[in-house]
Design a protein around this ligand. Structure first.
Ligand code: LLP
Length: 415
């Protein structure tokens, strides 16, 4: 069992010499994932949410090396697609939750086949977010355990684009859940749980309050159901401090508030954090290509952009940026806009950043890039996706190779 660690690993805590060596050895842009920190995050979650069952939301980072580390800790995996489920099985997870969001037929075929013919003993539960999805599973002959994803009517999150609890797309409307539950049970299926997810990046007091409201509604609903449940899963969404001035969540008090909000319940409480497990275990290294003074700001052009780390362009997300230049202390600070190589105005990783006199060839490090970083990388502008290195103690290993230019056209068929 890994020991707990500090509540957050700040960008300044990363060893600059190690990161410089990795950038030298593997080139940039390069994601670095520290497996020790991943283990500490899992241990921290376990210490706070001790009797609850914890699943890792695989979507935050599906790099095999990371999945294997998390699987070894013994927590479960929450998967949103057949691909995520397969990766989780391959990495060694035994407790799997497939949360089907508008599932394509091919996904359901794959999941039902996996349930019918698992490679080893698996504890797999399929969570349906619509009556239709239940019917589609029944038609395929699925007869395993089911849970219902509820739309609790209350959401939270760091951005409207990731606030799910009140978005009609997700889950069965709160007041239709009993009806679907009765239908599922009367047709002989094993209804084992209820599920809801408020959204992602719950950190502000108002989001924490909304989350408590969701938990309390879910507790009420579970008590109202005329059916015993094994678990009530109240989703993921635990936020982390992206800005150096942000404070980390107090996990103990979040856990206590969650338990209090759920009320008396004869079912296990479940949570499924993604970001919290991997965000501060990862950094992105990038090299400065151009430094351009302009009347407004100094534009620092780097080799990572929105195709490497989409979060700033997509959600105006803040990621701390520091230089790894060894002589940084001797340089005069400038206010910079750190921009990528993509032909879109949105391709900016940070604005108004104080950087010690950036120079061509400097390596910069971008913090909290372990969650939804590599995972959301794309090939837009025909940019190959970056490489990923896995760090464990003093050892580093290449975990994902850098894509090459010729691989960009790998799937194309000559006409
Ligand atoms: N459970 C469900 C059903 C989810 O939809 C999600 C995230 C999670 C758990 C895990 O949430 P977390 O603990 O990681 O906040 N790309 C966005 C985040 C999208 C999250 C989608 N669902 C970002 O970079 O902020």
């Amino acid at each position: 069992m890994t020991t707990e660690g500090p509540p957050i690993r700040r960008l300044a805590d990363w060893d600059a010499a190690t990161l410089r060596d990795l950038a030298d050895g593997h080139g940039t842009p390069l994601y670095v994932l520290d497996q020790r920190r991943v283990r500490e995050n899992v241990a921290n979650l376990r210490a706070a949410f001790h009797e609850e069952s914890i699943s890792y939301a695989v979507k935050a980072n599906t790099v095999r090396a990371t999945l294997e580390t998390i699987a070894e800790t013994g927590i479960g995996a929450e998967c949103a697609s057949a691909g995520e489920l397969q990766r989780a099985v391959d990495a060694g997870f035994d407790r799997l939750r497939y949360t089907a969001v508008n599932p394509p037929a091919g996904d359901l075929d794959h999941v039902v086949d996996l349930a019918a013919d698992p490679p080893r003993d698996l504890d797999l539960v399929i969570t349906v977010g619509a009556a239709d999805a239940f019917e589609a599973l029944a038609e395929r002959g699925y007869d395993g355990p089911l849970a219902i994803r509820v739309n609790p009517g209350v959401g939270a999150g760091h951005h409207a684009k990731v606030t799910t609890g009140d978005a009609p797309k997700f889950g069965v409307p709160y007041d239709r859940v009993s009806e679907l539950a009765s239908e599922i049970v009367s047709r002989g299926f094993d209804l084992v749980g209820l599920h809801a997810h408020a959204g992602s990046g719950i950190h502000e007091a108002s989001d924490l309050a909304a989350h408590r409201e969701l938990v309390s509604r879910m507790g009420e609903l579970a008590r109202e159901l005329d059916h015993d449940l094994d678990f009530l899963n109240v989703g993921g969404g635990l936020g982390i401090p992206y800005r150096p001035t942000d404070e980390p969540l107090d996990l103990d008090s979040v856990a206590a508030a969650t338990r209090e909000a759920v009320g008396e319940l004869d079912a296990r409480l479940g949570i499924e954090p993604g970001r919290y497990v991997v965000a501060d275990a990862g950094v992105l290294l990038t090299t400065v290509n151009t430094v351009k003074p302009t009347p407004e700001t100094t534009v620092v052009g780097v080799d990572a952009g929105m195709t490497t780390l989409l979060r700033p362009a997509m959600y105006d997300a803040y990621h701390e940026i520091r230089t790894l230049a060894p002589d940084a202390d001797e340089r005069e600070s400038v206010t910079a806009t750190v921009a990528g190589p993509i032909c879109e105005t949105a391709d900016v990783l940070g604005r108004g950043r104080e950087l010690p006199g950036p120079e061509r060839g400097d390596v910069l490090t971008i913090g909290n890039a372990g969650a939804y970083g590599y995972e959301m990388a794309s090939n837009y502008n025909s940019r190959p996706r970056p490489a990923v290195v896995s760090l464990d103690g003093g050892e580093s290993r290449l975990a994902v190779e850098r894509e090459t230019l010729s691989e960009l056209t790998r799937l194309e068929i000559e006409q």
